[in-house]
Design a protein around this ligand. Structure first.
Ligand code: C2E
Ligand code: CA
Ligand code: CA
Length: 631
């Protein structure tokens, strides 16, 4: 059945109109698996008309392309629609191979063609009395995703025009399914962006939004309190109960908090054992504080974890809205300060109420105690480097620079003990600048030693990341060291996202334009990681150690890691698995498609001399393979 040019043009025009209509629908982003069904049904009817076919099917492959599932099938002779039919690759191996290799499979007589030889006995084809078929592959951004099938009960000679038509129809479907997948991923991302993955409580992002909304609808004179709550001895208990036990402790606490502080109170977990509650207050403040204390006491009920009875106590600090803070961030900060100065005080009185003097008090004690400034002036800081390896080949692809403080009296101090203090006193800026300068010089040295493409990642604190001088300082350091900006990776944590989103996005854009890579550290830790994927043009994510630790032990971790890698892949981001300690973890991450790895399995962070020795002994033609990779 030949078609005239004119006829074909008309058909193509109609198709284009349909495509525009679908495009409009998809853009409205209310596209979903349900809303798509009638669209597909209607399309099948139209395709059967355009192609003069007896049966039209739209099929999608499963993940490993071993099966095709019908999304919609239209039988013109029976005027019926069906879906859900499954055909398996093992039943029709030649057909599956042909469909994946050819853009268009146009077969005039299914009984004699190699590709369809198994089809003639397949129940699906027998039922439809298929004699000829023209199938076009639906190509999605992730690769071939499915096929649109047009069957005929008569022998047909397929023309060039038929092929063009089939291909345009398939392209239209590609567009729809790509869009659908994108929307599903976005929906997933949106959900994750506002929840703490471990406990299911809100994260800081969600809390901020909800409390802001509440505050805006407050009546004149209405007040609220922010409560910052932490477990006493969480770290010690983590040592005793192990990782899973500590997670259970957090989950139980979260569920108790939800019960004890129902709506209109808002509860969230910010990180580790840090929880925040916001309570709108109608009546007397003192009465409410009494009730708060009683409720927090009820959290002390024993928890049953791995057959043990665990008793936990809690400390908290309180700040008032609007007396102590007029926005959520300041409210949380003030409550945190009240908590910390409560802990500092010798009587360890719990539940302190914020007062502005705490600010100076805390800063002074910290400064006199640690004297970070002196450490910096006396050149007591060191950078240790931890190799990062390519997940497939095991070759070293870069290093993370990790700061240490060689204290004259106290010995080697790890960043966990002083970074937070440096942040709160502002000393993090000169310290961070020192780190960048040092790292840039190191890149230069390693370049000279033959490692041409190795990158060095530096940790940039939130405060430093948004600092006006950062872009200038970076530029100065890489120019002086004569290295390329792409060899420097800037790691930021999710906390940065809690700052001004627009400022953060602008800063990331600027740094990218300047040629640097930006990476998200501790991804998924339960703050608000996924918000980054929505708003910020980052290049790399580092999957938090806690999930890598759970690989092979706890299915939830494996699921999360796979989701993260899948999302990252779709968005074209590089993934680094952090804290890899076993070969099994490496194997699993390789299987999931992770790009890079870092962890004790390969090497601990070590002084620069040790890296130099590795380079001397193991570098071959610009490539470095660690001895641990051959274990
Ligand atoms: P991070 O950026 O997540 O760094 C990785 C931490 O995990 C390092 O701890 C590293 O020693 C440890 N680690 C690496 N592999 C493994 C493993 O397989 N198992 C286990 N259990 N741990 C592993 P470190 O050096 O104590 O640093 C702690 C944190 O301090 C860093 O976490 C980072 O947030 C911060 N930090 C380090 N250096 C700097 C710096 O120069 N500037 C800033 N602002 N923060 C820094
Ligand atoms: Ca890091
Ligand atoms: Ca990390």
């Amino acid at each position: 059945m030949d078609r005239s040019h004119e006829e074909l043009n008309m058909v193509l025009e109609e198709l284009q109109k349909k495509q525009e209509f679908i495009f409009m629908q998809a853009k409205q982003s209310d596209l979903s698996q349900q809303s798509i069904a009638p669209v597909l049904e209607e399309l099948c009817v139209r395709i059967s008309k355009i192609m003069s076919c007896d049966r039209v099917g739209i099929w999608l492959f499963n993940e490993n392309r071993t099966a095709l599932t019908a999304q919609s099938i239209y039988d013109r002779n029976e005027s019926s629609h069906t879906s859900g039919e499954v055909i398996l690759a093992e039943e029709l191996p030649s057909y599956f191979e042909a469909v994946q290799q050819k853009r268009i499979l146009a077969i005039s007589d299914v009984t004699i063609d190699q590709a369809t030889k198994e089809l003639k006995t397949h129940p699906f084809c027998v039922k439809g009395e298929v004699k000829s078929l023209i199938d076009a592959s639906i190509i999605l951004s992730k690769g071939i995703g499915g096929v649109v099938t047009c069957d005929s009960t008569k022998l047909r000679k397929w023309t060039y025009f038929d092929r063009v038509l089939a291909a345009s129809i398939a392209d239209m479907l590609s567009f729809i399914f790509d869009r659908l997948e994108r929307i599903e991923v976005e929906e997933h991302v949106r959900k994750l962006a506002y929840t703490d993955l471990l406990t299911g409580l809100d994260n800081q992002y969600a809390l901020t939004e909800k409390v802001m909304e509440q505050i805006q609808s407050f009546e004149e004179g209405q007040r609220g309190v922010f409560v910052y709550l932490m477990m006493d001895q969480y770290t010690e208990m983590q040592g005793v109960l192990g990782h899973d036990g500590a997670d259970q402790m957090l989950t139980i606490t979260a569920s108790r908090l939800k019960t004890l502080f129902p709506y209109p109170a808002q509860t969230a977990r910010l990180a580790f054992d840090h929880f925040v509650i916001f309570l709108p207050i109608k009546g007397d403040l003192e009465f409410e504080m009494g009730r708060l204390e009683r409720n927090i006491n009820r959290l002390k009920r024993p928890m049953h974890i791995s057959g043990q009875e665990v008793y936990m106590t809690f400390s908290y600090g309180v700040s008032n809205y609007p007396e102590h803070a007029t926005n959520v961030k300041n409210g949380i900060q003030a409550a945190n300060m009240a908590l910390r100065s409560g802990k500092e005080a010798s009587n360890r009185k719990n539940g302190n109420l914020y007062n502005p003097e705490m600010h100076t008090y805390l800063k002074e004690t910290i400064l006199s105690e640690m004297n970070l400034r002196r450490g910096l002036d006396q050149n007591e800081f060191r950078l240790h480097y931890q190799p990062q390896v390519n997940c497939r080949t095991g070759e070293v692809s870069g290093f993370e620079a990790l700061i240490r403080w060689q204290h004259p009296e106290r010995g080697l101090i790890f960043p966990g003990e002083f970074i937070e203090l440096a942040e709160s006193t502002g000393l993090i800026i000169p310290i961070g600048e020192w780190v960048i300068k040092q790292a840039a010089c190191q890149i230069r040295e390693w370049n000279e030693q033959g490692l041409k493409n190795a990158t060095v990642s530096v940790n940039i604190s939130p405060r430093h990341f948004l600092h006006d001088e950062l872009p200038f300082h970076l530029h100065k350091c890489i120019t002086e060291a004569n290295i390329k900006p792409k060899s420097l990776v800037l790691e930021i944590t999710e906390n940065v996202a809690l700052e001004d989103t627009e400022a953060v996005a602008n800063r990331i854009n600027l740094l990218r334009e300047m040629g640097y890579s930006v990476s998200i550290d501790d991804f998924g830790k339960g703050y608000s990681a996924f918000i980054y994927l929505q708003h910020f043009p980052i290049q790399q994510i580092k999957i938090d150690r806690q999930f890598i630790n759970g690989l092979g032990k706890d299915p939830k971790s494996s699921g999360i890691v796979q989701t993260i890698i899948h999302l990252a892949e779709m968005l074209g981001l590089q993934t680094i698995g952090e804290g890899v300690e076993t070969k099994q973890q490496w194997d699993l991450l390789k299987q999931f498609g992770c790009s890079e790895l870092q962890g004790f399995y390969f090497s601990r962070p070590v002084p620069v001399d040790e890296i130099n020795e590795l380079i001397r002994n193991h570098e071959r033609g610009g490539k470095l393979l660690l001895p641990s990779v051959f274990q």
